[in-house]
Design a protein around this ligand. Structure first.
Ligand code: GTP
Length: 155
């Protein structure tokens, strides 16, 4: 398990195994790839981030992940894999993390609280210092996930 502080100095625990903190996480976060690029959404307040959100009543986290990707970017998921989970105990937040390959992106009339899809070839090396990016991209969650994805070579 990895433990570190987030952008706002709150403790975060992260682990790359099945349900390390909760069997019923209330949030999902989806690292999306499309044709060799990263697919982000532009949150109206927070800025660029991978899509995600709350699991609805009676919904499975995996279904919530695909729904949130679509609602925030108009993208249809081709393949999706659970990779891990993180928790911020002070906020009572627990999120499943997924890696998804996007099939196609279809323009939508609106994208809920976001301005829709943004494709980037590379994520900034110093994302912590980039004002365009959301705080949720600025802690060990993204850093460790990218290392994990590189190491395990999941599609
Ligand atoms: P909405 O209810 O969707 O408007 O969101 P909220 O920000 O009011 O509540 P949420 O339950 O999403 O988050 C609760 C707290 O946890 C807030 O202070 C968030 O800033 C923080 N938080 C949520 N998601 C993350 C995350 O992925 N990483 C970090 N570090 N903090 C998060």
């Amino acid at each position: 398990m990895e433990t570190f502080l987030d952008f706002y100095q709150r403790e975060v625990h992260l682990a790359f195994r099945e349900d390390p903190f909760s069997k019923a996480p209330m949030h999902v976060w989806v690292i999306c790839r499309h044709q060799g690029q990263w697919l982000l959404t532009k949150h109206k307040k927070r800025g660029l981030e991978f899509p995600g959100g709350k699991v609805e009543e009676g919904e499975q986290p995996l279904d919530a992940a695909c729904r949130e990707v679509f609602e925030e970017t108009g993208a249809k998921v081709k393949t999706i894999h659970y990779i891990g989970q993180y928790t911020i105990p002070t906020e009572k937040i627990c999120k499943n993390i997924y890696l998804a390959e996007i099939d196609f992106i279809e323009a939508q009339p609106n994208y809920l609280e976001t301005d829709g899809p943004v494709l980037v070839s590379e994520l900034p090396d110093q994302v912590e210092e980039d004002e365009h990016y959301s705080f949720i991209m600025k802690d060990g969650v993204l850093r460790y996930c990218l290392q994990y994805i590189n190491k395990t070579n999941i599609e």
